[in-house]
Design a protein around this ligand. Structure first.
Ligand code: GUN
Length: 307
C-alpha cells in the first residue's frame, strides 16, 4: 500500500499495448500465411476536428505497422447523412474490410446513432452497435468497446483475479462507463456506476478497491477520494494550459487525466499514468478486435492474444 513514504506502482499501459500490438501482428501474419487472409480496418473521419485527426492518424499508422490493411476515408464536414450511410454500406459489403470505425464526434447534421447502427455488427470494431452492447450485457460473444476492454486487461494483469472486489466507475457513457461496468461484472466485481448527479462522490470513490475515472474533467478525482492501496484506472485525456505560465501564455498545453495524479500516486496501490496508461491500450484493442473480426468472418478460430 502506498503512504507518505511509498508511491503507487505505475501501470505501464504503453508497454502492455506494445506487447499486444506485437501479438496481433504475429497472429495476423500467421493468418495471412496459412489462409491468405489479411485483416483490414477502415476508419472514417468527417471534418477537421484536430483531436480526431490525431487519433485517426495514430490508428492508421499502428494498423499498417501491424501488417494489416488500413484504409482511411476523409470526408468533408458538409457531407450528408445519406452519403455517409452509402459509404458505410459499401464498407459493409467489402470482403477485404473486417473492421469499420466511424470516428466520433460527427457534425450536427448527422444522426450519429443512425450511422453507428448501419455498421454490420460483426465489423463494428468500436463495439458501439446496440447489438454488441446487448451481446456484452447478456454475456454473448461480440465486439467489445476498446477503451474498457484495454482497461480490464490492465486490471487483470495488475491484480489477477478480480472476484469480489468493489469497483467504482465514475462516468456513465455508452463508450466507456456502461461497458466497463459490464466487463467488471463479468469478472465478478461488485460494481457501482457513479456520475455527475451521484451524492457524495468522494465517499463512493473511497469505497473502491478498483476506481475507474471516465468523466472527462481534468484532475477532478483527488487523492483523498482514494482508498489507500486501491487500483486506479484513469481514462481521462484532457488538454489543459501548460503548468509553466510562460508556456501557457504562448498557448502551450499538456495532457492530464481525470485523476489528480500527483496526489493519487501517494495513496493508491497502483495507477495508470496519463499519457501512457489507458490511451495506448485503446488502439491496441482496436487492432485485436479487427484481427478477431477477420477470423470470425472466415470461420477461423482466432489465436489467443493474452500476454
Ligand atoms: N472518439 C473518441 N474516442 C473514440 C473511439 O474510441 N471511437 C470512435 N469511433 N470515436 C471516438
Amino acid at each position: 500500500m502506498a503512504g507518505p513514504d511509498t508511491r503507487a506502482a505505475i501501470i505501464d499501459g504503453k508497454a502492455f499495448a506494445a506487447g499486444l500490438v506485437e501479438r496481433v501482428a504475429a497472429a495476423s501474419a500467421r493468418l495471412e500465411a496459412t489462409h491468405g487472409l489479411k485483416p483490414g480496418l477502415a476508419v472514417v473521419i468527417v471534418g477537421e476536428d484536430p483531436a480526431s485527426q490525431i487519433y485517426v492518424r495514430n490508428k492508421g499508422e499502428t494498423t499498417a505497422r501491424a501488417g494489416m490493411r488500413s484504409d482511411t476515408h476523409r470526408l468533408a464536414d458538409t457531407i450528408s447523412q445519406a452519403e455517409l450511410l452509402a459509404l458505410v454500406g459499401t464498407l459493409n459489403a467489402d470482403a477485404g474490410i473486417h473492421g469499420i470505425l466511424v470516428q466520433l464526434p460527427l457534425p450536427a447534421q448527422i444522426d450519429s446513432s443512425a450511422v453507428l447502427g448501419a455498421i454490420d455488427p460483426d465489423k463494428d470494431v468500436d463495439g458501439f452497435h446496440v447489438v454488441n452492447a446487448g451481446r456484452l450485457a447478456v454475456g454473448l460473444p461480440g465486439l467489445v468497446p476498446c477503451t474498457p476492454l484495454g482497461s480490464t486487461m490492465l486490471l487483470k494483469h495488475q491484480l489477477g483475479d478480480l472476484s469480489g472486489l468493489n469497483a467504482v466507475i465514475v462516468g456513465r457513457s455508452n463508450i466507456v462507463g456502461k461497458p466497463m461496468a459490464q466487463l467488471l461484472l463479468a469478472e465478478n466485481c461488485t460494481v457501482t456506476i457513479a456520475h455527475s448527479r451521484s451524492r457524495d462522490l468522494p465517499a463512493l470513490c473511497r469505497a473502491a478497491d478498483i476506481l475507474v475515472a471516465a468523466v472527462g474533467r481534468p484532475e477532478m478525482i483527488r487523492g483523498d477520494w482514494i482508498k489507500p492501496g486501491a487500483t486506479v484506472i484513469d481514462v481521462g485525456i484532457n488538454r489543459v494550459p501548460s503548468a509553466d505560465p510562460v508556456k501557457a501564455a504562448e498557448g502551450r498545453t499538456r495532457v492530464v487525466g481525470d485523476v489528480a495524479f500527483a496526489e493519487a500516486v501517494t495513496v493508491a496501490g497502483a495507477i495508470t499514468p496519463v499519457p501512457g496508461g489507458v490511451g495506448p491500450m485503446t488502439i491496441a484493442c482496436l487492432l485485436a478486435n479487427t484481427y478477431n473480426a477477420a477470423c470470425r468472418a472466415a470461420g477461423i478460430e482466432p489465436e489467443r492474444l493474452d500476454a
